[in-house]
Design a binder for this molecule. Structure first.
Ligand code: FMN
Length: 147
């Protein structure tokens, strides 16, 4: 079916040079771009900055996701984009969020180097699932704080 909804989860390494203020300003810029571009494409998602890594889930129509990921992957603000999963989902986990921000967190929550080294598809998928859960939890915590 062409109107299936897919989820793509990836982790990448930050390449923005500078202190945390410089990085924060770029994260702000990324979120503004995402929030302005994603709605027209039917894309929703969440972003976390954790221990020098970006962790992002984007969800939406398959082609729109592929196109967006192509663009994101070329972005010089990060490198080594590693896809954890790209799979059809029953329903969106972040509907209502053109791009939710799950926060900045000093400690990396995932052993991404270990997962990458193992090249184990099951470990990747499991990390992808963990990522969706962590993002979901962090986004709802932030939401309850801000309201
Ligand atoms: C970690 C990361 C996540 C991003 N997420 C999105 C996104 O969800 N949507 C988006 O349009 N751009 C996103 N971008 C920005 C794109 O790489 C690109 O700069 C942008 O889509 C260009 O949009 P513009 O042509 O409107 O300037 C992201 C960039 C990074 C580094």
């Amino acid at each position: 079916m062409t109107d299936d909804i897919y989820s793509l989860a990836y982790i990448s390494k930050n390449t923005i040079a500078g202190d945390q203020d410089v990085i924060n300003a770029q994260i702000e810029n990324i979120l503004m771009t995402a929030q302005s571009n994603n709605p027209a494409k039917g894309i929703t998602g969440a972003l976390l900055y954790s221990g020098g890594y970006f962790c992002q889930v984007i969800e939406g129509p398959e082609e729109a996701l592929e196109d967006l990921f192509e663009t994101i992957q070329m972005d010089s603000r990060h490198a080594e984009c590693t896809i954890l999963h790209f799979e059809p989902i029953e329903e969106k986990g972040f509907s209502g969020w053109s791009m939710a921000f799950a926060g900045i967190d000093d400690n990396m929550r995932f052993d991404i180097d270990g997962i990458k080294a193992s090249k184990d598809e099951l470990a990747m998928k499991s990390a992808g699932k963990d990522l969706v859960n962590v993002l979901d939890e962090l986004v709802s915590q932030r939401q309850s704080v801000s309201t």
